[in-house]
Design a protein around this ligand. Sequence first.
Ligand code: GDP
Length: 204
Amino acid sequence: MSGNLFNAISAEFKTTAVEMKGWPKPDRPEIAFAGRSNVGKSSMINALCKRKKLVRVSNTPGRTRTLNFFDVTVEDKSGKRHEVRFCDLPGYGFAKASKADRADWGKMIESYVKGREGLRAMVCIVDAEVGPTPDDVDVIPWLIKAGRPVIVVATKVDRLPKHKRIPRLQEIEKKLEMGKGEAIGFSSTEGLNLDVLWARILGP
Ligand code: GDP
């Protein structure tokens, strides 16, 4: 439950890119992380990598086009090593963003999702306590329809009493037009379901 099946053995910052030409060569499977600002995206990446400060918690908001890439090596229980790349997408939060920022984010995400070679899956993060926001409802079903595998993770589940967790996940699945049992409840602070998320990231 708390991360015994997968062990991140290294995690290194690779590069920052604003334009497509700055994306690193797609030489390993890539997993992108998307979510509105403050949802807990940096904390999730740090928890998966077993690092406290690989990604700055509460990144400067408003950088609508900056992609950060990290190279991660994780070892599974059998000792097999998997090399992946994480792409930290800029957080969205359209309620407070200007029209120009929204358009920038939309263009960036569209070219990335449609054009990125090696993109294995998108991890879409929602706040389990708050549930999907109108922005999440705008963005996540669109990403699902864009055809890349999408893993929806409801983080900060530690803030919900245990009996409310499954009903909340079901509510989230319904709002985001997903199948039953597809969303993962997660907590970075408690390390809850780290293995479940790693298993989904690495795939069958
Ligand atoms: P980001 O803007 O999406 O990268 O979000 P951060 O990772 O910076 O987290 C935003 C805030 O939520 C910070 O105050 C974190 O400490 C808090 N937070 C993140 N993940 C969790 C979690 O799993 N549980 C709880 N209780 N708080 C969390």
